[in-house]
Ligand binder design. Structure first.
Ligand code: DX5
Ligand code: ZN
Length: 218
């Protein structure tokens, strides 16, 4: 049940329909939507309007990644816009448990995201509650960065934490994913892989999706 999640961050905003339709038809089941506030991360992207524009237009799961401070303020607007999954950062949530509850109450799957520099142990109290963990394999803020190799050690640590937990959240990895590492990530326990530049910065994004999915199935 591996899923590929192309990140819209690298898509051509001139014509989103033309960007998104072929990658979904090629087998991408999730669309990753990166929300940056210029505060938690040093970049700005989009508000709920883009999620709303996609809602109902595609069969893909709309996966909203909140890279914002005060995530509690943004759950309701993104849920109303049609998000299916919403993740927020453990580093940004003062009341992490409450935000998780808000997301679930809104009818979405709740994910906790964690930066490369934050110990996996920081997830301990939330692992029993979340539907998934979004493990960052770059420092959030920009597409096209290099995958941080220590992510594999962190995946092993996260796997141990989940093993000890009654709850079994799935693992999504985000940043620098491409043909060189996707199969190994899958073998290391990743169920959903985000790929921005490895899909949308390629000349044929649909072919890139097919290639990435083939590498996992091989
Ligand atoms: C990084 C974002 C990622 C980004 C991934 O801040 O959270 O989702 O779009 O882009 P690539 O795949 O190019 O590293
Ligand atoms: Zn992301």
């Amino acid at each position: 049940m591996f899923k590929l999640a192309p990140s819209l961050l690298s898509a051509d905003y001139w014509n989103l329909e033309r960007a998104v339709t072929p990658v979904v038809e090629a087998g991408a089941e999730v669309l990753h939507i990166d929300i940056m506030d210029g505060h938690f991360v040093p970049n700005l992207t989009m508000g709920p309007g883009i999620t709303k524009a996609l809602s109902g237009k595609t069969n893909a799961i709309l996966d909203v990644h909140l890279m914002v401070t005060n995530p509690e303020n943004f759950v309701a607007p993104f849920a109303a816009a049609g998000a299916h999954w919403i993740s927020y950062h453990i580093e940004a949530a003062i009341h992490a448990h409450r935000v998780c509850q808000q997301i679930k109450d809104a009818g979405c799957k709740a994910g906790i995201a964690i930066n490369p520099g934050t110990p996996i142990a920081a997830l301990e109290a939330m692992i029993e509650h979340v539907d998934f963990v979004l493990l960052m394999s770059v420092n959030p803020g920009f597409g096209g960065q290099s995958f941080i190799p220590s992510t594999f050690d962190r995946l092993a640590q996260l796997g141990d934490l989940i093993e000890r937990s009654k709850n079994k959240p799935f693992i999504e990895v985000d940043g620098g994913v491409g043909p060189a590492n996707i199969a190994e990530l899958y073998r290391a326990g990743v169920s959903v892989a985000v790929a921005g530049s490895a899909v949308f910065s390629r000349p044929d994004p649909a072919a890139a999706v097919a290639q990435l999915l083939n590498l996992v199935e091989a």
